[in-house]
Design a protein around this ligand. Structure first.
Ligand SMILES: [Zn+2]
Length: 356
């Protein structure tokens, strides 16, 4: 859940692009899927580049000559070879691109032919040249919906597979004016999904690959998440379009996937806001009132407390607390076990530090 913020910063003019993860040259190149095809049967776009040929993207409708399925790289990469396999696994020709082409682009805008697909597949070597995007396209209308099993790319610099495949499907059926905003925010949540999951990973946990994001006129809160669905208020986000962090907070709730109702609400919300304010938008948490703040103040207050304790005692504190809450074993005693001090002693110490 979200409460309206008391410490809102004036960010209304900042474009959403500012919220993209900052990539450095040493990291694998990030990829975005751009396609004109709507997803069918929750067979999401990112399954076409997740390193697993058994998973696949499926389109809802049969593609026409104007459709495309494109991987766009964060920056140009020298590609040595490229292959694509279409069609559903173990189902003959079902979902194959019967007549189509594999194309590449140096700038992400103008594409040139690399190969024609044969039996729904293509595999080609390339001369060393920077590539910004690769795509497949039908060269005639197709009889059936398309299935894209996997792109395989050999390059001089590693390209990041979708390790945590995700699709955030937008529903603005009662607030169509919010559709463009919601689609942008959905792409931001998808881009951040790997990092959010990395921060909250635990053994045996398989994150959801499909989230619905519904923006509603009739909802009177700010935003909430339950059962893999995010609900947001059109009224609130119309007047706070910069508040992408609120949707990141809800995305974190879906990743948390805590089933145990004995987990304290202040800590569940505190972890969500910790990820928001110390990973997604560092420096935006606003002032914390030392006189009134306590560790169990929830939301950003607890987030600031967790940041203090993690910084001073245990950098993996949040990961450990998350695992305990996911496994249903959390007790306040955990703070004593992890830091040597009770949560009340840590609270006193933190509040004194805030006063300085
Ligand atoms: Zn919440």
């Amino acid at each position: 859940m979200q409460r309206p913020h008391r410490f809102r910063l004036a960010l209304t003019c900042l474009p959403i692009l500012l919220f993209l993860p900052v990539a450095t040259r040493g990291e694998p190149v990030a990829v975005i899927v751009d396609t004109s095809l709507e997803t069918g049967s929750r067979q999401i776009r990112q399954f076409a580049f997740d390193g697993d040929a058994e998973t696949y993207f499926a389109s809802k409708e049969s593609p026409s000559i104007s459709d495309h399925f494109t991987l766009v790289f964060d920056r140009p990469v020298s590609v040595k070879s490229l292959s694509v396999v279409t069609g559903k696994p173990d189902q003959g020709i079902v979902g194959t691109l019967e007549t189509g082409v594999l194309e590449v682009s140096a700038d992400g805008k103008t594409f040139t032919l690399l190969a024609k697909l044969t039996k729904g597949e293509a595999c080609e070597d390339l001369p060393a040249q920077p590539i910004r995007a690769v795509r497949i396209k039908p060269t005639s209308g197709q009889a059936d919906p398309l299935a894209v099993r996997e792109f395989t790319i050999a390059s001089d610099h590693p390209i990041a597979h979708f390790k945590y495949p995700i699709e955030v499907a937008v529903d603005c059926s009662d607030s169509p004016e919010m559709k463009e905003w919601a689609e942008k925010v959905a792409r931001t949540c998808e881009l951040w999904y790997p990092r959010l999951n990395q921060a909250l990973q635990s053994d045996g946990h398989k994150p959801s690959s499909y989230i619905t994001m519904r923006i509603s006129r009739s909802y009177n809160g700010v935003a909430e998440a339950s059962g893999g669905n995010i609900l947001g208020s059109s009224k609130f986000f119309k007047s706070h379009p910069d508040d992408v962090g609120a949707m990141i907070h809800e995305t974190v709730h879906i990743i948390q996937h805590y089933q145990d109702r004995s987990n304290p609400g202040w800590l569940v919300e505190g972890v969500a806001d910790y990820i928001r304010f110390f990973l997604f938008e560092p420096g935006k948490i606003g002032p914390i009132n030392a006189e009134r703040a306590h560790y169990d103040g929830s939301y950003r207050t607890t987030a600031a407390f967790l940041a203090y304790v993690a910084d001073k005692y245990d950098p993996s504190l949040i990961s450990k607390l998350n695992t305990m809450m996911r496994e249903g074993t959390y007790k306040d005693q955990a703070f004593k076990e992890l830091t040597g001090k009770t949560v009340h002693e840590l609270d006193e110490e933190w509040r004194k530090a805030l006063e300085r």
